[in-house]
Ligand binder design. Structure first.
Ligand code: NDP
Length: 476
């Protein structure tokens, strides 16, 4: 046995992760259900490091040093269970199975519990950054036991992306914590992309600008507080022209956004935990809406001219308004995402370090951004921060952006330009800061039709009013 770590599942992600490990000096056992993939990896990249190919799962497991560390990088769902079932009888107490696929955290919790009864460690690990990240340095979010991280941590930290010399990998917490954090990361990615798309749409409608001009605006924004991978590639995509037609690329792409399901998982989990992640939810629903073609066509016919003509008087001021509104809405989306992580951490006893999580998203992943440093600072200074919105840096950015935010959302509503994420983020902000919410009326209605009781502003306890009778109030 010579290999320090093994990878089974050598499609794009597994192959690149195995190459990344080998290029960093680790001896890597490699295996795939269909052995052709293993052979092609060795034929094409065998000279990049030390690989130990295994034709059968038994050969593969036998080539690993103890305690064994086996990365499973196969299609998420039933294939992951099939591979685990094949692996378990071949492993011994203390060995580690690492699932780097996009598993749902509930599946990870189930698998971790099952493997624990065999004396095995199961490490659900979120890996972000796609194909290129896997090869050149992803952001890695491992869950599982502290003992398993002692073996995996040095390897994962070495192959992950690094920012300012700090690895974009840290132990997130027990069992499903890593996959949970990866799920919320993807949810935030949904919100971030929807906000960027709305900003583009606003600029196009408000300025009557061409995509190439808007690309320049995004390029400019990337030099400031909004600096991020997504803003950078937005400029790139908007500037691109379709070779076949000479049209702007965005104008020849069908306007129906797809999803693989992590946005949906994030929203489902937030509903279970009672966390209002409205930005992520609106972003997920906006993708669904874009796909409802029949409804869209029917509504276009029924309401051909629903908005007013939009005429922006001061173009520079408008661009700055959109930038500030984008930043404020983005802060809301991240604040909600981190609230979600905190709620998951409390529910499942994971003890997740929120600032540390922001640190490992600074590189390697899709939402990498300058702004994540500010999130880390905010939680480092005040671990019990009630919401990111009130941390000094964010409070200032949001406060300074409020007039712009209101103008943009109001103007867009008048012009009939949809801004679900911008406007719901503003509504969330206004609801959080409101002195009184109409929730009081909801409580009254619930007591009226269902005797659900209510509490009072001036006395302790729960009360009920006899609505159908003499309307006297009594303690419940
Ligand atoms: P795929 O999701 O396309 O899965 C293909 C791999 O799964 C092949 O190695 C295939 O083996 C194996 N496989 C499928 N079914 C079984 C089975 N029943 N038993 C054994 N092996 C099986 O590969 P990707 O590389 O795209 O992704 C791997 C994992 O990484 C997935 O969970 C994905 O969600 C996740 N991920 C992907 C990202 C991406 O950008 N693609 C980013 C982050 C995570 P065979 O060759 O024999 O068919």
């Amino acid at each position: 046995a010579t290999a320090q770590i093994g990878v089974t599942g050598l499609a794009v992600m597994g192959r690149n992760l195995a190459r990344n490990l080998a290029r960093n000096g680790f001896t890597v056992a490699v295996h795939n259900r269909s052995p052709e993939r293993t052979r092609s990896l060795i034929a094409e990249h065998g000279d990049e490091g030390t690989f130990v190919p295994g034709e059968s799962m038994a050969d593969f497991v036998a080539s690993l040093e103890r305690p064994r560390a086996v990365i499973v990088m196969v299609k998420a769902g039933a294939p992951t269970d099939a591979v685990i079932d094949e692996l378990v009888p071949l492993l011994e107490e203390g060995d580690i199975v690492v699932d780097c696929g996009n598993a749902h955290f509930a599946d990870t919790r189930r698998r971790e519990e099952a493997l624990r009864t065999h004396g095995l460690h199961f490490v659900g690990t979120g890996v972000s950054g796609g194909e290129e990240g896997a090869l050149l340095g992803p952001s890695i979010m491992p869950g599982g036991s502290v003992e398993s991280y002692a073996k995996l941590g040095p390897m994962f930290e070495k192959i992950s992306a690094h920012v300012d010399g700090v690895p974009c990998c840290r132990h997130i917490g027990p069992d499903g914590a890593g996959h949970f954090v990866k799920m919320v990361h993807n949810g935030i990615e949904y919100a971030d992309m929807q906000l960027i798309a709305e900003a583009y749409d606003l600029l196009r409608a408000g300025l009557g600008a061409e995509p190439a001009e808007i690309a320049e605006i995004f390029r400019g924004w990337n030099g400031g507080e909004l600096e991020s991978f997504l803003i950078e590639i937005t400029a790139d995509v908007l500037a691109h022209r379709d070779a076949a037609t000479g049209q702007p690329f965005v104008d020849v792409v069908l306007d129906r956004a797809e999803q693989k399901g992590t946005g949906r998982w994030t929203v489902q989990s937030a509903l279970d935990l009672g966390v209002p992640i409205t930005g992520i939810a609106e972003a997920t629903f906006a993708r669904s809406l874009s796909g409802h073609v029949d409804q869209r066509e029917a509504a276009q016919r029924a309401f051909p001219d629903a908005g007013e003509k939009w005429q922006v008087a001061d173009r520079e001021a408008f661009i700055e308004d959109v930038r500030r509104a984008l930043l404020a809405s983005k802060i809301v989306a991240y604040a909600q995402g981190f609230d979600h992580i905190r709620a998951g951490s409390q529910e499942y006893d994971w003890d997740i370090d929120l600032g540390g999580t922001a640190t490992i998203w600074r590189g390697g992943c899709i939402i990498r951004a300058r702004f994540l440093d500010r999130i880390r600072e905010a939680y480092d200074e005040q671990p019990e921060l009630p919401t990111l919105l009130v941390a000094p840096y964010f409070a200032e950015a949001v406060g300074a952006g409020v007039p712009s935010w209101r103008r943009v959302v109001a103007d867009a509503a008048r012009a009939g330009v949809p801004t679900p994420a911008f406007s719901s983020s503003l509504a969330y902000f206004d609801a959080l800061r409101a002195e009184r919410l109409p929730a009081a009326l909801i409580q009254g209605l619930r007591d009226n039709f269902g005797a659900h009781t209510y509490q009072r502003v001036d006395r302790e306890g729960s009360f009920h009013t006899t609505w159908a009778g003499d309307r006297t109030e009594s303690p419940a």
